[in-house]
Design a protein around this ligand. Structure first.
Ligand SMILES: Nc1ncnc2c1ncn2[C@@H]1O[C@H](COP(=O)(O)OP(=O)(O)O)[C@@H](O)[C@H]1O
Ligand SMILES: [Mg+2]
Length: 391
């Protein structure tokens, strides 16, 4: 009877879905040691009760800006335990895009009963200040996606927060971390704000490379899944697939989708072929995407397309033979096996083809089966042929 329900709660791969959420804060960050120590040096005086520190964090989507501030905030709070009391407030300005909404969020962090309305900006800032001094606390304020606030509401609030202690007896009320994916953020600020923020307090995060993305996927798989359920090969495919954008979110999404495919198939192991091009990227490809390939990548792809018009799958060995034939036809000298293999991997990363390892691999040892699900082989074939014939 109800056998189809057996799958519910079976979890052949998954132990805990939590770490696959974007909101899960990892116990340590992969590949961000340098940036974390840069943060630590900007905050080296934070233990001192009169001191406020500042940092600006810039980087593209998925480079770990938000999680870096969260990890740093929690770590420093714990590190200073018993020496200086740190209160964390993380406000995402995309969700609270006006100065008064941001202030309201800060006030609510300090006092959950803070009334919704009825105070001016100046009054709320003084309330915040008083609250901090009464509790002998220091506020570490993270304004995430701050460009949204600044574009909409000017940098007035930031200027006021930077001056919160001016003319006061006690200093060191607030430390500020500004976060943005907009590299030109500072152009929105008045010189007075820039000089208070400090030009040298900027930390730039670069997009992640394939190895780091593999590590990020591996960290989450290690906590979310049964031991050994996700192979190293699967993880490095996830790393390669997400490396062209360098976005950690894509690596996590690919892992999540791959686990779901394996679970759906009733398997206990997540295989490389469970990793498919991300839906974050365009679901189906524009034929124009082949125009940017190198000439030999096009020749490799042309051979593959010709066969995949007729069959669903082609082995890498056959793909190489077809590549040699295509080279002959269009009078190019075929490249070495290693280069051919590199081109194959590049086409895979572009999402033009998919590969999976053959079960019994004969000969070369790493025979792969190539398929195309994102686009029609015939369309690509005629596009590449036309270009080659034009010369
Ligand atoms: N270095 C890292 N180590 C582990 N997880 C990371 C790392 N960088 C990013 N992540 C994870 O990737 C996702 C996207 O990171 P996030 O901080 O939101 O990026 P951003 O704010 O730059 O867009 C989050 O779920 C985050 O936990
Ligand atoms: Mg973010």
């Amino acid at each position: 009877m109800a056998g189809y329900l057996d799958r519910i709660g079976a979890g052949k791969v998954l132990l805990d879905k939590g770490p696959l959420s974007y909101d899960w804060i990892p116990p340590h960050l992969i590949g961000r040691d340098v940036e974390l120590s840069d943060m630590a040096s900007l905050f080296s005086q934070i233990e001192n009760h009169d001191t406020s520190c500042r940092a600006v964090i810039l980087g593209p989507v998925g480079s770990g800006k938000t999680v870096l501030t969260q990890r740093f905030g929690e770590d420093i709070q714990r590190h200073l335990d018993g020496r200086r009391k740190i209160v964390l407030a993380h406000v995402n300005c995309r969700n609270h895009p006006t100065g008064s909404q941001v202030l309201q969020q800060i006030a609510l962090t300090l006092d959950s009963r803070h009334p919704e309305r009825g105070f001016s900006t100046g009054e709320i800032i003084q309330t915040i200040r008083r609250n901090l001094h009464t509790h002998e606390s220091h506020l570490l304020l993270i304004l995430d996606e701050v460009d949204v606030l600044v574009r909409r509401d000017s940098s007035d609030l930031i200027y006021k927060l930077l001056r919160i202690d001016e003319g006061q007896e006690h200093t060191g009320s607030i430390s500020l971390i500004l976060v943005s994916q907009d590299h030109t953020l500072l152009k929105y600020f008045e010189p007075a704000v820039i000089s208070r923020l400090g030009q040298s307090n900027i930390i730039e995060l670069q997009p992640y490379d394939a190895d780091t993305l593999t590590g990020i996927a591996g960290q989450r798989a290690g906590v979310a899944c049964r031991t050994g359920a996700v192979s190293d090969e699967t993880l490095s495919k996830i790393g390669r697939f997400s490396a062209d954008v360098g976005d950690a979110r894509m690596a996590i999404e690919l892992l999540d989708a791959a686990i779901r495919r394996a679970e759906k198939a009733g398997r206990g192991d997540v295989l490389p072929e469970d990793v498919r091009p991300s839906t974050l990227r365009k679901a189906s490809l524009e034929p124009a995407q082949v125009d940017n390939l190198s000439i030999h990548q096009k020749l490799v792809l042309l051979g593959i397309c010709r066969r995949l018009k007729k069959t669903n799958e082609i082995s890498s060995g056959d793909a190489q033979k077809l590549y040699q034939l295509v080279c002959e036809e269009f009078a190019f000298k075929p490249r070495s096996y290693t280069t051919f293999w590199k081109h194959l991997k590049a086409l895979e990363i572009e999402g033009l083809i998919e590969t999976k390892t053959a079960n019994a691999s004969a000969g070369r040892g790493r025979t792969q089966h190539i398929t195309m699900t994102n686009t029609a082989p015939a369309t690509l074939e005629s596009r590449i042929e036309k270009e080659l014939l034009r010369g």
